[in-house]
Structure formats: C-alpha cells, structure tokens
Design a protein around this ligand. Sequence first.
Ligand code: PEP
Ligand code: MG
Length: 884
Amino acid sequence: MAETKFVYHFAEGDAGMRNLLGGKGANLAEMTNIGIPVPDGFIVTTEACTDYYKNKTKISDKIKAQIQKALAELEGKTKKKLGCAKNPLLVSIRSGSRASMPGMMDTVLNLGLNDQTTAGLAKLTGNPRFANDCYRRFIMMFANVVVELEKHKFEHIFGEIKEKKGIENDSDLTAADLAEVIKEFKAFYKKGTGEDFPQDPQVQLMKSIAAVFRSWNNPRAITYRRLNDIPGDWGTAVNVQMMVFGNMGDTSGTGVCFTRDPSIGTNKLYGEYLMNAQGEDVVAGVRTPLKIDALEKQNPKVFKQFVDIYKKLEKHYKDMQDIEFTIEDGKLFILQTRVGKRTAAAALKIAVDLFAEKMISQEEALLKIDPKQLDALLHPQFVPAELAKAKAIAEGLPASPGAACGQAVFTAERAVEFKNAGKKTILVRLETCPDDIEGMNVTEGILTARGGMTSHAAVVARGMGTCCVAGCGALRISEEGRYFEVAGKRYNEGDFISLDGASGKVYGEVIKTQAAKLTGDFKTIMDWADKYRKLGIRTNAETEADLKKAIEFGAEGVGLARTEHMFFGTGRIEPMREMIVSNTKEEREKALAKLLPIQRDDFYAIFKAMKGLPVTIRFLDPPLHEFVPTSQQDIAILAQEMGMAVEHLKATIASLHEFNPMLGHRGLRLAITYPEIAVMQTRAVIEAAIQVQKDLKIDIVPEIMIPLVAEVKEYNYIKKYVVETADEIIAKSGVKLKYMVGTMIEIPRACITADEIAKQAEFFSFGTNDLTQMTFGFSRDDAGKFLPDYYSKKIFDSDPFVRMDLDGVGFLVKMAVDKGKSARKDLKVGICGEHGGDPSTIEFCHKVGLTYVSCSPFRVPIARLAAAQAAIREKKGGCASENR
Ligand code: PEP
Ligand code: MG
C-alpha cells in the first residue's frame, strides 16, 4: 500500500483540495498554478494534524521525513538553505483550516534565523538593520506561539528600548538598537523557559509546525468553531512558505486588500499597506497604514500589476477576495487570497452585483450568503466605530441578536416605570420568569446570569426580537439591592450598560445604535430564495405585533401559537391563576368561562392577521406552577377574588410544587387531568374560526395541536374531547368549517411509536426543544450552566439546543417522519423547536422531507435563505461544509 501523502508542494495542489490542504494552502496552490507570483512552499495536510492528535500530540517520524524531503526540494528550487549562513532560506509557518478562521490560530514568521544566519543575511543583503529586524520579530513570535511566553512582555521590552533611545517609529531603530533588542529578548526567553533560544532551524521548524497544530485547540479557536458550526475534528493544515520581505527598506512593503468594500459591498478596491514593514505591523496599528490608492502614486508599476492580479483572482474565484501581498525591493508577491469576510449588508450587495456582472448564477449568489448573518440586518445595530472603541466587562451567551443600550434595572416593574418615564432600560435578572413578560416587552435588552440558549429569557427574547445575553455567569447580581458587580466594579440601577446580542458581550457604557435598514438587495435575495426553496416557512408567534413582523419577513403561516403565552399580562393572568388553584371542577369551569372570550378574541386576531394562511394552535403546555402568584400581595388578592382563605390558597400553591416541573404535570397531561381545559380551548379556536369565516369571508382550516404526547392513547383521550366539542359547535353554526387535529412530537417514545400516532394525528410538529431535553436528559433550564465545560473539554462542538444533534435527536426525527408517513402518506410534518431557525438544522429538515420549518419572526428570512441553500446544494450534490 502506498504511504499516505502528508506533505504537498504548492504546485501539486489546487483549490478543490481545501479539505486536505486547508483553505489557505489550497488557494496558494491554485494561485501558483494560474501564474500568480506566489513565494514557493509546501503544505503539511489537515490529516497530518489529525495524526498529530491521534499520536498523543507528536508529529510522527513518517510525517517528519516527508517534511524534510519537501524542505530539501524547496531548498533546491529556491537555491537557499535553511540554517545556511551564506544564503539562508527563511520560511513562514502559517495555519490554514478548511473553513477560514481569521486570527484564531497561530503564525510564525522569519523562521530559520539564528545568530549565524542573521549575520549571513546582513552580509548578503548589505542590510544589517533588516536582518536584525527579522530576528527580533522571529524571537518574539516563536517565544509566544511555541513556548507560550506572553507577547506583551516582549512588546514592553521593545517599548522600553524605544523610549530609552527617544524613538517613536520602529523603522527608525538602527541595526545596533535592534541588536540590543535581540539581546534583551533572548535573555527574557532564557529567564522564561530556562533554556537558550533554539539555534537549530530544524528544531525551530518542527516545534513551530507542532505549535500551529496545537493552536487548532486553543480556547478562542474552539469558541469560534462552536459559533460558526465548524467541526472540531477537521484539524488545520500548516503552510511552510519561503519568506519574502516587506521590511527590506523603502522599496519594500506589505499590505492587505479586499477586492470590494467589506462593510458596504461597493465594487471598489479597499485596503491599506505600509512600506518597510512586515505583515503584523499593518494590523498591529503601531504605524498608521496608507490607503491602497496611495500606492498608485508611490509605485505605479506595482500598483498596476496588483490591480491586474486582484481582478484576475476575483474572476477566478467568482467572489470578493481578501488578499495579502508583499513588495520585496520593488517586486510584488501574493501571500494569500481567500474569500473576504463581509458584513451582512455587503454580503447581499456583493451577491446581487456578482450576478448582475454575469460572474455567477442566482443559485451561486444565494450560496454565498451566510443565512445567520441576516440577523444583523433585522435588529438595531451598534455604530461600528463606537463598538470598536468600547471595552467589554463580561461575556454571556449570545441568546438573541441585536444591539441594546439603556439603564440597568433589576425588576420587570422598574423596567415598566422607566419606560413610562421615557427612559430606555436593560433588564438585568438572575433569570427571567413568565411574570417578567411586561418588563421584557418594554426593555431594550435582557441580561441574565443564569440559563441557556433555550431558557425562558432566550426563547421569549428571540420571539420578541429583543436583544438578549443569557447565562452571563460572571455577574454577581443583587436584585434586591438593585445592582450587579463584575470584575470588582459595581453597576447600580440607572447606570448605562450596553449588550451585543450577536457576540454575547456586555459593556458598562453607552454605545450608540442605529436602526436596521432593509435594502433592495435584501428583497432581491429573498425573492430568489423563495424561487428555489422546497420547505415552507412558518413562524412561532401569537401576538399581533409578532405576526405582523413575521408576515413582513415572509412567513407563510403560524407553525406554533403557544397559548400559554397569551395568559401573561393584567386581565389575563388573574383568571388563569383562578383556574389553576381551583379545587373543584365547578370552580375551574367558572375560571375557564372567564378565559374563553379572551382566548377567542386572541384566536380571532391571529386568524384575521394571517388572512387564511395556515395557523397551528398549540394547547396549554407549561407546568402550571409557573403561573401561580408568589408575592404575599398577589396571593391575598387572588384569595379575595376567589373567596378563599389565604392559608388554604397557600396550601394549594404548595401542593402544585414539583421536583422536576419539566417532566411533570404539563402538556397534554394537564388536559388528561382536566379535560375541561381542552374543551374550552377547542371552543375558543372553533368559535373564532367560524366568526372570521363569517366576517371576513376567508376560508381557514385551524390546526389544533396537542403537546407532549408519549403514547397514542393519551392523544386519543384528548382528541375525543376536541372532536366532540368542535363538531358540535360547527354543526350548530351551520358554517362549513374544516379543522385538523395533530400533535407535537417531542418525547423519544412518540418518535418510536410515530406510526401508531400518525394513524390518529393529521399532522406532526417536532418540538425539538423538549426532544433534545429528553433525548439527552439535559434540563433545558439548567444545561447552560454545564455545557460550557462540554465545549472546553471538546465533548461537544456546539449547543444541542441550538444546532440539532443529528446522530441522536436527528435520528429520532427521521425515524418518526418515516414511520409517520408509512402510516399516513399525506402527513404534514413541521418543526417548531428553536432548531427550526438554525440553518444547518434546516438543511437536515429539507433532507428528511419535512413540509415546513417554523421559527420566531426575526428568523424567518434566515430560514427562507437556508431552505433555498439546502435545495440548491441537494441539486448540486454538495453539503454545507464544502461551501464554507
Ligand atoms: C419544543 O419543545 O420544541 C417546543 C416548541 O415547545 P416549547 O418550547 O414550548 O416546550
Ligand atoms: Mg415543548
């Protein structure tokens, strides 16, 4: 059997090999082959990285031998030699994974320098300043990346020497000054490691390659992968490339350019460069770089060559490119090209423009946009320049996107009071509860110390489109004392704070926001998406404002109206509470009679707003104790209202306590104990539908959904009440009304027995929040506390409550779809758990043949685009990961 090839020369690869060579390596290979001036080099593959981890973080002898061989060949081609003082080869060592992870992993430049080769380089170039400059950079990078000494300590030493010499610009340091820096750096290296700085370039090389492999698993890379759905087992490739020097003097330089404006998408070269500098100087901000246009005056020949190259690259890759270049003594080299990261607005404009320029098809244009990015366009945004200046005080889970700024308040009541006084707030809570709903509704943003991505705060906030950062464990909150503390500083009620719902960052200051703009490009892309997608898109909503938003964003129906959400708020919670604490059927029916007209009006409003589009109404689901009063005052009021002794009421409330409410008396179990609840809700749905049909002359087919079924007999028991009640009302009304009765599939047993259930249920909707909870046995409300350990210990790449666990939960979903359809061919199957708005889950939903996905209003555009991408990819026979 032929030996696995772990090392490729640039000339041996191409752009199609990104899985093996990483994005950077594959592009360097491609550029080499299309005649772009790229310094020569080779790539150690992603498989070598996987092997390194398998081999207890050691580079195997086989791989080392292949690296040595490739190096010898590179030496032959460049006519230079690593470690040779007369004509030293210097190389850069850079990471490069399949998906671009900018800045997340490590790089070592100028490798190959030691005391001898530095002297040799000085002699060879006649430029000792340049040689010393490279050496001091190398020592610092190697020390930081390979032996993990802190970079800022080196910067401090460097700064001190500059200060001593009275020098501001690095480029003004002389060769002798830099020799002093090298001496100090080496001494610091020895102090920090107990060893001399390694002089053997072979040792430097192997250690640096291993360090880049290791950087695949540094904490920021792990977090980046989780947020961007990049699997942890992909590994990174390592690119070993001959150095070219931008710091050789005034005819040398280095820069970074985007072929179009990455913030607004305009078709204009955008970038900056520095003369007499190396790459990191441009980003480090030590010297202010020049705008790329200035290069035209400074060196028109190189500029013209660069323009030709960038145009060629953009045409070749059919996308906006982010290009790194170096000019070495007047000669241009391209060090990297990759698809440029861009804002959501730019992504839309670039996709639409590339189609108009006939570079790509509509399908290709749709695949270029990351659906998750669209979120940023729908919510208020921070003014980017202001955000860049601000410093975060803490970080939690990015539970609901958007940018919020306001005065901290610690109770829902205070949020309402502030609002009434015309003030903007951020509601800071340990965790939110249904009682907080009014406060959540009026606040700009919600910040909680506890809870995960499907905690109450997160779900409600996303539904409302309110920015939310949840599970921010670093906060020490005193709700009673009306303050929180973080990093030794106290923030009191009324202090201004800001939340970034996209990053989960919390700021202790005002950051200005601007309203979202939906441009014409947005509409164009959405129209294209609708043309290609097969999945229907519905929304999870019940209030008029949310329904309006959802329709505006393109929802084609309601996939989940949570009826319990309709009982929050004054005038509603009271009869709901009466119903819950009733001791007799009569008392309960009295309370239900008060709730009936309220529900009927709500359903009427939903049907009216949806104008005949399908509406799924889910019957009462949550544990009842969530609704019972907790304050003495509320208990007293309720007791009086019901003519009940306070002590008696307190005993009833205590009896509702459950040890595991999520597994307790909720869902259809409530209606099994109290069928009168299902009867009242059926009455409200059917009467509202008849009335809408009469008033507005639109045909509607309400879909009644029974939650939390595990066993078909449970379902049948409730269905009987629903059907009897509905048929009787319809018969009496003289109106022809069709309705459907179906169920949520959210318990593993329901998946396993889905064929039996489908014989009785006309539709399924997957409640994947509960299905995830019950498949893993992770409490939805508590998982946020321990899941971070799963990420840092690499047990999970992502939150299973956000991105569906395809092996377990997905397996159950597919099985239930297949079994359900085997029993009822035309079974309508949707998903209404939070996963319904997650792009990678949507691709799965498309593949297993769901009828629709349903998500909160603000995720509707994301779902439209993701559904189109799934259909296009299926047609092309590709998968999501290949396109990242
Ligand atoms: C679910 O469990 O996925 C679901 C949609 O229901 P809820 O979140 O209301 O339990
Ligand atoms: Mg559920």
